[in-house]
Write a protein that binds this ligand. Structure first.
Ligand SMILES: *Cc1c(COP(=O)(O)O)cnc(C)c1O
Length: 457
C-alpha cells in the first residue's frame, strides 16, 4: 500500500467506540500478585476492599479471568463526548527526522481535562453513583486526575473531594480552579483535616507534600465519612482495564489500514496509559498470535522500572493502603525538587510490573532536558503542545526513529500521546531559560529508600 493512502488522522466512527473493555490479566499466565492487607499480610478480600472502593470496582480489581467486561451504556454515552480519539500519522515528525520509520500516535488530550485520565474517571464515578454513594475522594499531583474526576462527578452529580499535593496547589492555581469550576472541593495536602495529614505535618513541618501523602489523606477521608469511597487515577488493575479503550481504538484504527506496529511506546507514571495502550497488543503477544516490542518510558529522576526492585510496598506514604507487589523505589521516595516532568509516583502498576518481570516488555529512563527538547521539537512540527509526561514517550519514539535512520529499517512505531501541556508552562519556561537540570538519584540514595521496604515473606 502506498504510504500516502494513510491519512494524517485515522478516525473511527462513533459506532466503533469499544463496547467492552479488555482485561489483559485474562491472558497472563503469571497473574499480577494480589494486594495484601498491610496489617496481616494476607490477600485483601473483596469485603476489606469494599470499605475503601465501590463494589463493582472491587470486582473488576480482583477479576483475573474475564477477558471482556461490557462498558455500561452511560459510560459509552460519556465516551461519545470526546471519543474516539484520533490516531495520527506523524508525517511531519517523520519528515523532520528524515527517518524511514513510520510513526503513529494516539492522542488522548482532546478533552477539557487534557489527558487520558477521563477514561477511568467516568467509569469510577459511574460505579460510585450506581452504588448510591454521596461522593468520592481522591488525590491529585499535577492536577490532571483531579480535573478528570471533577468533570466526571459534575456530569453524574456526585460530590468530589480532592487532596492536591501542596506544592502543585500553590504553583498550579489554574488546575485548581478548573476543578472548582466543575464543583470539586480542593484541599492542599498534607492538611490538618485528616489524622494522617496532622501526623505528617507534625513530623515534617513545612513539607510541600507528595502523592503518597495525598493518597493517605484521601483514603482516610473516604473511610471516615459515610457515603464516600476512594478512587485512584492510575496503578490499579481496574484503571488499566478502563484505559484499554485507548489500545482497542488504536488497534481498530491501525487494522483498518492493515498496519501492524513493530514498537509500541508509552510514558509510565503509575502505568495506566501504557497499560491501556498496549493491552490488546499484549493480549496477542501473550496468546502467541503476534509479537511486538513494548517500551515503557520513565523519568531518570524517578526510575521505578529501571532502577527499582520488584517487591511488596506501600502504595502511600501514610501506609494506610494495601501493599502492592510492584517495581518500586520505596514508598517514601520523592524525586528531586527540580523534577518538572510529572510521572513522579514511586511504584508501578502490578500488571505492568509482572509483564516487565516476565520479560514481555522493556523500559528506558530518560533525563528531563532531553524530554523537553523532544517536546519542543514535536510541538513545532506536529502542532500539539504536549504534556511533559507524554513527552517522555515522544523522546523514546524519536530515539527509535533515529535508530531506524542509522540502520535504514522501516519500522512502524506507535506511541501514546497522553495529553496537552498548557498548564505546564512554568516547566517549559525553566527549560527555555536554561534553568532545568537533570538530577538523577545516586545508588546510595536509592538503597536508603529500598532498605525501608516492608518485610513480606
Ligand atoms: C497522569 C498522566 C500520565 C501518567 O500516568 P499513567 O498512569 O502512567 O498513565 C501521563 N500523561 C499524562 C498527560 C497524565 O496526566
Amino acid at each position: 500500500m502506498a504510504i500516502r493512502e494513510i491519512p494524517y488522522k485515522i478516525y473511527l466512527s462513533e459506532s466503533e467506540i469499544p463496547t467492552a473493555w479488555y482485561n489483559v490479566r485474562a491472558d497472563m499466565k503469571n497473574k499480577p500478585a494480589p494486594l495484601l492487607n498491610p496489617g496481616t499480610h494476607q490477600p485483601m478480600t473483596a469485603e476489606e476492599l469494599s470499605q475503601v472502593f465501590c463494589a463493582d470496582l472491587v470486582a473488576q480489581e480482583l477479576d483475573n479471568d474475564t477477558a471482556y467486561i461490557p462498558i455500561p451504556q452511560e459510560i459509552q454515552d460519556f465516551y461519545r463526548m470526546y471519543r474516539p480519539s484520533p490516531l495520527v500519522r506523524a508525517y511531519c515528525l517523520e519528515r523532520k527526522l528524515q527517518t524511514p520509520a513510520r510513526i503513529y500516535y494516539k492522542f488522548e488530550g482532546n478533552n477539557t481535562s487534557g489527558s487520558h485520565k477521563l477514561n477511568s474517571a467516568i467509569a469510577q464515578a459511574y460505579y460510585a453513583k450506581k452504588q448510591g454513594l454521596t461522593g468520592v475522594t481522591t488525590e491529585t499531583g499535577a492536577g490532571q486526575w483531579g480535573t478528570a474526576l471533577s468533570m466526571a462527578c459534575a456530569y453524574l452529580g456526585l460530590d468530589c473531594k480532592v487532596y492536591m499535593v501542596k506544592v502543585s496547589y500553590e504553583q498550579k492555581p489554574f488546575r485548581r480552579e478548573v476543578m472548582r469550576t466543575y464543583g470539586a472541593s480542593v484541599t492542599p495536602s498534607p492538611s490538618m483535616t485528616t489524622r494522617v495529614g496532622q501526623k505528617i505535618l507534625a513530623e515534617h513541618p513545612g513539607t510541600t507534600g507528595s502523592l503518597g501523602c495525598a493518597i493517605s489523606e484521601a483514603v482516610e477521608a473516604a473511610v471516615t465519612q459515610p457515603g464516600y469511597r476512594y478512587v485512584l487515577g492510575s496503578v490499579l488493575n481496574q484503571v488499566l482495564l478502563h484505559q484499554s479503550v485507548i489500545g482497542l481504538e488504536a488497534k481498530a484504527a491501525l487494522d483498518k489500514y492493515g498496519v501492524k506496529p513493530d514498537i509500541i511506546i508509552g510514558c509510565a507514571g503509575g502505568g495506566s496509559n501504557l497499560g491501556g495502550l498496549i493491552s490488546p497488543f499484549m493480549g496477542e503477544k501473550l496468546r502467541g498470535e503476534a509479537d511486538y516490542r513494548i517500551i515503557a518510558v520513565e523519568p531518570a529522576s524517578c526510575p521505578s522500572f529501571t532502577r527499582g526492585v520488584y517487591a511488596y510496598d506501600f502504595a502511600d506514604t501514610g501506609m494506610v493502603c494495601p501493599l502492592a507487589k510492584m517495581y518500586t523505589l520505596g514508598s517514601d521516595f520523592i524525586p528531586a525538587p527540580n523534577h518538572a516532568g510529572g510521572l513522579r509516583y514511586h511504584g508501578m502498576s502490578p500488571i505492568l510490573s509482572q509483564l516487565y518481570d516476565d520479560g514481555l516488555m522493556e523500559a528506558v529512563a530518560v533525563p528531563q532536558t532531553a524530554v523537553f527538547e523532544a517536546a519542543e521539537l514535536f510541538a513545532r512540527v506536529e502542532g500539539i503542545l504536549p504534556a511533559p509526561e507524554s513527552s517522555h514517550a515522544i523522546r523514546a519514539a524519536i530515539d527509535e526513529a533515529l535508530r531506524c535512520k542509522e540502520t535504514g529499517e522501516e519500522k512502524t512505531i506507535l506511541f501514546g500521546l497522553t495529553g496537552t501541556g498548557y498548564f505546564d508552562m512554568v516547566a517549559y519556561e525553566k527549560y527555555h531559560d536554561g534553568l532545568m537540570s537533570d538530577e538523577v538519584p545516586t545508588d546510595e540514595q536509592l538503597a536508603l529508600f529500598r532498605a525501608r521496604l516492608p518485610k513480606v515473606d
